[in-house]
Design a binder for this molecule. Structure first.
Ligand code: FES
Length: 554
């Protein structure tokens, strides 16, 4: 049901948006002439005033408004992020500001047969500075409401960040042009107004309404305004009664907070009520899954996920004890652990490590900058930080180029993961390319910093493929996406062995074989690692680039 509601809200919003964009662009033609505005208006009106156009537009408007009231009724708290509150308030401001305009134009045409053209509307508005300002504010309110809706609809899309500059420019340009057109039309009209003896007379002449007609329109306007305020008041009252008459449940948060929330309140709403930061990129619409929590206690008593939530959870392959905080309305006490940091964005939420906790075969790769202690001893702190940042930037770039994931760094090294999205054979090959690329970049960096270094920069790499547990880990305030497990520890030990073997990389023979690479220039060793009874075959590789015929990236 809620899925249908959401789709309906989106569809009706888009229909109204089509009308708004056309209408505003029509306004902008005022910079050309009032005549040009009217010619385009007639074309648009031919559709929007036709029977199907009328049903579509007014049906969409009424449905959109009704859905807003339903969602307001359902809200168990009015605490919400700023943008959500802004969209709600702006949306609710539209009807009282718009009713007069619609009655004076559309209803005057429909009920009285008066064709209200741009000359008439601009004349009326310019005759009263308050009305002109109010109309301009209405235009901006409608546009901001529309833009917020579009932004939060699109921001979970992968392509959206790239398109954002264009979308932003359009969002600024359309209302600016509409207002410019409105101002220019008023300017064009003014000499005519002065010739006929002032704006009041001009308006009376132009309106051509009998007192009875004017009374009918005024009564209609008052009736619509009363209906709006009554519906809004009734919704708020019903909501208040609903939130007061239910029982409560206790929400235990992994931070130690225990929150008592009224029945019917979602986990997300309960957290917001108490000011506990929690991720909610899509604003509670079951689209982004960033609000997901692990239910560590009280899972059995929770209502089953509805279709919407189930689909969203299936998308991220969530285990059964994970639920969306925005869609879960507990009726019993629950204990939750957030799975993503409160400030996560849509892109981060889509990252493989953030998608779910799971076991999967990956390549773990530890990279260590050799001699960092000596660098720290011989340089000023500022220089050390500069060198380290350059080093990490290069390592990050090497990972980015080879589909590696930068899991964590530790002072002078980092843990990289390969295979979060690809199969193990690809992951092994990508990891070896990544190692070669790192080696190449460290050499270049070393050359560029030669004047500041007592000796060239060198790295040691340990790489091993095997099943690991990956997911969000760490304290609630600063979780990271990382990997743990026996195979990750083995990679760390291999990195330590690079010193003993005086080589650039130690990699398990199995990893090289899966990558389909010959151990060129490498020496085979059979090693014992802590936690394993059997010995492992490893290759000590002087330079990972030797594994390839050509240097990657060149
Ligand atoms: S806030 Fe986006 S799915 Fe819950």
């Amino acid at each position: 049901m809620r899925r249908i509601e959401r789709r309906l809200r989106l569809a009706t919003g888009l229909i109204v948006a089509c009308f708004i964009v056309g209408h505003f662009l029509n306004h902008s033609l005022g910079v050309v002439s009032i005549d040009a505005m009217d010619r385009v208006r007639e074309v648009l009106a031919a559709w929007w005033r036709s029977a199907p156009g009328t049903v579509l537009l007014y049906g969409a408007l009424l449905t959109h408004f009704a859905l807003a009231l339903v969602s307001l009724y359902r809200r168990t708290t009015l605490r919400m992020p700023f943008w959500e509150a802004a969209q709600l308030v702006l949306g609710l401001l539209v009807p009282p500001l718009l009713i007069g305009h619609v009655v004076g134009s559309r209803f005057a045409w429909y009920l009285l047969g008066h064709n209200v053209n741009y000359e008439r509307v601009v004349g009326v508005l310019w005759s009263d500075p308050t009305a002109a300002i109010r109309q301009s504010i209405l235009l901006l309110i409608v546009w901001c409401h529309f833009c917020i809706g579009i932004h939060y609809w699109l921001r979970v899309q992968r392509w959206y960040p790239a398109a954002q500059p264009l979308v932003f420019a359009t969002a600024l340009l359309v209302p600016a042009l509409a207002l410019a057109g409105f101002a220019a039309a008023g300017n064009e009209l003014w000499p005519v107004v002065e010739r006929v003896g002032g704006i009041q007379k001009y308006n009376v002449d132009l309106a051509n309404q009998t007192p009875d007609e004017r009374a009918r329109l005024t009564a209609l306007r008052s009736g619509l305004e009363l209906a709006f305020w009554s519906l809004l008041g009734a919704t708020l009252l019903a909501r208040w009664l609903r939130t007061r008459l239910g029982g409560t449940y206790q929400l235990r948060h992994s931070s130690g907070r225990v929150i008592t929330a009224p029945m019917g309140r979602s986990i997300l709403e309960a957290l917001r009520d108490e000011g506990v930061p929690h991720a909610s990129v899509c604003g509670g619409r079951a689209r982004c899954t960033t609000c997901r929590v692990r239910i560590s206690d009280g899972l059995a008593a929770l209502p089953a996920p509805d279709r919407n939530e189930a689909l969203a959870l299936a998308r991220v392959d969530a285990p059964p004890n994970v639920r969306l905080a925005c869609q879960t309305h507990p009726r019993n006490d629950v204990t939750v652990i957030p799975l993503l940091p409160p400030d996560v964005n849509a892109a981060t939420a889509r990252r493989p490590g953030a998608a779910r906790e799971r076991e999967r075969p990956i390549v773990s790769m530890f990279v260590d900058l050799r001699g960092s202690t000596r660098i720290a001893e011989s340089r000023l702190p500022y220089d050390v930080v500069f060198i380290m940042n350059q080093f990490f930037a290069e390592m990050y770039e090497a990972l980015r180029m080879t589909n590696g994931y930068y899991a964590q760094f530790r002072g002078d090294g980092l843990l990289a993961l390969y295979g979060l999205e690809s199969d193990l054979a690809d992951a092994c090959r990508q990891a070896m390319r990544g190692a070669a690329e790192m080696q190449r970049r460290v050499e270049l960096l070393s050359k560029s910093l030669a004047a500041d270094l007592a000796e060239p920069l060198r790295i040691g790499i340990g790489a091993h493929a095997g099943v690991a547990i990956i997911g969000t880990m760490g304290p609630p305030e600063a979780p990271i996406y990382s990997a743990i497990g026996d195979n990750v520890n083995i990679a760390a030990r291999f990195e330590g062995m690079t010193k003993a073997y005086a080589c650039g990389m130690v990699v398990s023979a199995d990893t090289l074989q899966q990558a389909g690479l010959e151990p060129r220039g490498a020496t085979l060793h059979r090693v014992r690692v802590r936690g394993r009874t059997e010995r492992l075959d490893v290759y000590a590789v002087n330079d990972p680039r030797d594994l390839f015929n050509s240097v990657p990236g060149t």
